[in-house]
Structure formats: C-alpha cells, structure tokens
Design a protein around this ligand. Structure first.
Ligand SMILES: [Zn+2]
Length: 194
C-alpha cells in the first residue's frame, strides 16, 4: 500500500469512527480525543449526520463528560448493566486483562474506539431500555484501563464479569449472587460454619 493510500485509509477510519460516536451522542471533546479530528471537522461531520438522520435523531449534549466511578454502583440495576457492558468490553479486548494498567494517553485509539462501539452496540441490543449512556461507557473504558478506581473482576460465586471498586474491601459479587448471599446470611446469625 502506498503512503498516500495508507493515509487515506486511516483518515477514512477516523471519519467512520467519528460518525459512529456522533450516532451514539458522544460529546465533541470525546470525539476529538478518540479520533484526533479537529473541532471544525467534527462540526462538519455533525452537520452531515443531521442532514441525513434528521435533527431530532441527534440530541446534542454539552458540558462535561461523566467523571464519577460511583455512578456504576448507584443502583442494583446499574450494577447489573455495568457487568453486562463490562463483559462485552472484556470479550472484545477493549479493556486489558485484569490487572494491566495503561497511561492516560494510550487509552484512546481508533482500533479501540471501533471495538468500544461494537461492545456498546451489543450491550444495547441485549438490555431493554438500557440506562448507561455511550459517554458513561467511554468513561468506564478509561477508568478500567487506568485501573485507579475501578477494575475488572469475577464474581466469587459464579465467576461472571463484574466491575470492582478498588477501594471496596468486600468480596466482589454480581447482583444476583449478592442478593442470594444476603438472603442466606441473616437467616441464622448463630449458624455454624461447617
Ligand atoms: Zn455471581
């Protein structure tokens, strides 16, 4: 492949990824960070997208991107959905295996961005009325790659993928197993461990 072809193909990948991010209602700063496109090119792409899809199809989000790791454990439902999303992110290698940590700069790339879109689309296709926005999914990827606050783990009872708060001292359990364990434990406080 000649240099100009190679450059053209990379540019096309960038544009396709930006369009996919726009479709998922990503903010401009997120699109810029993951594609390296300028704000001006992103605005033009956005206009193209709106003229094709219709303005109503693309609500514009402004302001800061999500930044709170606690969001993912706010309700049992969010915990459950986070586990589902995380298992797709892990399956498609969007986030590194347990324990690997990456620097802030190396997280966002075109290849990872494409895999992230695929994982997010799979999550949306299996979860009815999904609550986790694409921006939150992007934040989750960054947090899991950096590993300061959140990491991937496995439920101690059923081995399914869970997102674990690094500061929490509790055993990591998925939502169904922690509900089952809560039902078991208070039943008999004097229960002897065999
Ligand atoms: Zn479990």
């Amino acid at each position: 492949m000649r240099v100009s072809d190679d450059r053209y193909s990379r540019d096309l990948q960038r544009l396709n990824l930006a369009m996919r991010f726009i479709h998922h209602e990503a903010r401009t700063q997120t699109i810029r960070a993951w594609t390296g496109l300028t704000d001006d090119r992103i605005r033009k792409l956005y206009r193209t997208y709106v003229s094709e899809a219709g303005a109503a199809a693309v609500p514009r989000h402004r302001g800061k991107s999500p930044q709170q790791a606690a969001y993912f454990s706010r309700t049992p439902r969010l915990q459950l959905e986070t586990g589902t999303l995380a298992s797709y992110l892990s399956m498609l290698n969007v986030v590194p295996p347990h324990g690997a940590r990456e620097g802030f700069r190396s997280v966002a790339s075109i290849a990872r961005g494409q895999a992230l879109c695929e994982a997010y689309e799979m999550y949306r296709s299996v979860v009815r009325c999904a609550q986790i926005s694409f921006e939150h999914a992007v934040f989750l990827v960054r947090a899991l790659c950096q590993g300061d606050e959140l990491r991937l783990g496995n439920c101690v009872d059923c081995d399914s993928v869970v997102v674990v708060d690094r500061l929490s001292l509790r055993d990591s359990r998925c939502v169904p197993c922690s509900a089952a364990s809560a039902r078991r434990e208070p039943a008999n406080p004097n229960r002897r461990v065999a």
